[in-house]
Every structure is written in structure tokens, then in C-alpha cells.
Design a protein around this ligand. Sequence first.
Ligand SMILES: C[S@@+](CC[C@H](N)C(=O)[O-])C[C@H]1O[C@@H](n2cnc3c(N)ncnc32)[C@H](O)[C@@H]1O
Length: 233
Amino acid sequence: MTGERPADRRTTSFSDPRAVERYLEGPVRMVPGLVDMHRMAALLLAERVPDDGRVLVLGAGGGMELRAFAERHPGWRFDGVDPSAEMLALAGRTLGPLVSRTRLHQGMIAVAPEGPFDGATCLLTLHFLPRDERLRTLKEIRRRLKPGAPFVAVHHSFPQEPDTKARWLGRFAEFASGSGIPSDVAAGAAAGIGARLPALSPEEDETMLGQAGFTDVGLFYAALTFRGWVAYG
Ligand SMILES: C[S@@+](CC[C@H](N)C(=O)[O-])C[C@H]1O[C@@H](n2cnc3c(N)ncnc32)[C@H](O)[C@@H]1O
């Protein structure tokens, strides 16, 4: 593993060994259609990534999307970037022998190799980044892509008007508790997302992808509070 220690307090919960140990149980319960979302992300990448292509995975901690991509595409090689050493270690365990095709880098986008990459993803991560950092990060991802290469982004993105926002966060909590998360924990997670995550509206997210230089921005995934887009560098 290459990289540096993060100084960012937003990564704290991803550095708590007990929280990290349970991490893989969370997204599948809280993100509607997670497994199929990974399949769709792989499919969208594969439209343009060659059989021996090189893919950048930002926010690679846990390793779930890396494993989904590596299992489907035996010739792809990956660079996974994440500030949390603990989440990267979990990615290594999730990948098992597939880790041989992956280089893991500890840090933010600045530690990512220059590429150029045939494709990139950033799943369940950009909602943690404040607006300015998010735009800078998107520009840095795009700079590392070959011209026309696909980028897939999925994260919380929901209307920001207070009443509508509360309604969608309530639906998120309802889905999570229906997946077996205790309802007080699900409600607490929804409240935390509403209060602390610098989430944008879907319209703002699409605008920002354009501001970062991505073209042909297309929505491919909409699941309660989550949205996913494919765009091209
Ligand atoms: C909810 S997890 C998602 C992990 C994985 N992409 C998935 O879908 O399971 C968010 C990850 O983003 C990482 N992260 C936080 N800030 C980041 C940043 N600025 N750049 C890259 N990763 C970041 C965290 O350490 C954590 O591993």
C-alpha cells in the first residue's frame, strides 16, 4: 500500500476498527439495489474500458465494488484510493486473491497515480465532500482519464427543500429498518445524513459534473436518497 495519513476528521468513523469490521453489513441494507448497482457500474465501464483496461476507484475502502468489477473483468487492473488505512485493509480482505490486480493507495485523490485511466468510479463517497473539495476532486478524477473514458458516481443526492428532504430521509430510514437495521439506529442515521452530510440536490450534482468538465452526463440509478450517473472525461 502507498500513501499518507489523512488529517481529515470526516474519515474518523472509517478508522474505528469495530465500525470497519461491521462495514460490509451496512451498505447492502441501506442502499437499495446495491448489488445490481455494482453490476450496472461494471456494465457502464465495460462499454469503453478495454479487456486489459486500467480503472481508478476513488473511495475504494471495503473493496466491494473492486471485487464486483474484478470478478466480472479478469483482465482489468485497478488503483484503489481511500484515506482510511482500516478501510483499505478491509478492501484487501474482501478482494482475497483478486488483490493481485489492485494497487491500494492511502490518501485522497492527490495520491492517485496520474493514469491515464480507461475508466473511474466513486461510489458512496462524494456525499462526504464539501462543495469546493468535491469539485476539485471531480476535476482531478477527470484529469486522470483518457479522453472519452467513463466515470461512474453514486452517492446520496436528494432535494434540499426542508420538507421534501425530510420526506426522502424518512424513506431512507424506513428502507434500512425494513432490511433489519433497528429503527432507532436507522432514524439516527437519517438524522445524521440530514444534519451533517454536505449532500447536494440531483440538479446540483449534475451541474457540478459538468463544471468539472465531464460530458454526456446520464442518470442511470435512482434509489430513494441515492442517485448515480455515468459521465465521460
Ligand atoms: C461509505 S464508504 C464507501 C466505500 C465503497 N466505495 C463502497 O461503496 O462500499 C466511504 C469511503 O470514502 C472514504 N473517503 C472519505 N473521504 C474521502 C475522500 N476525500 N477521497 C476518497 N475517499 C474518501 C472513506 O474512508 C470510506 O472508505
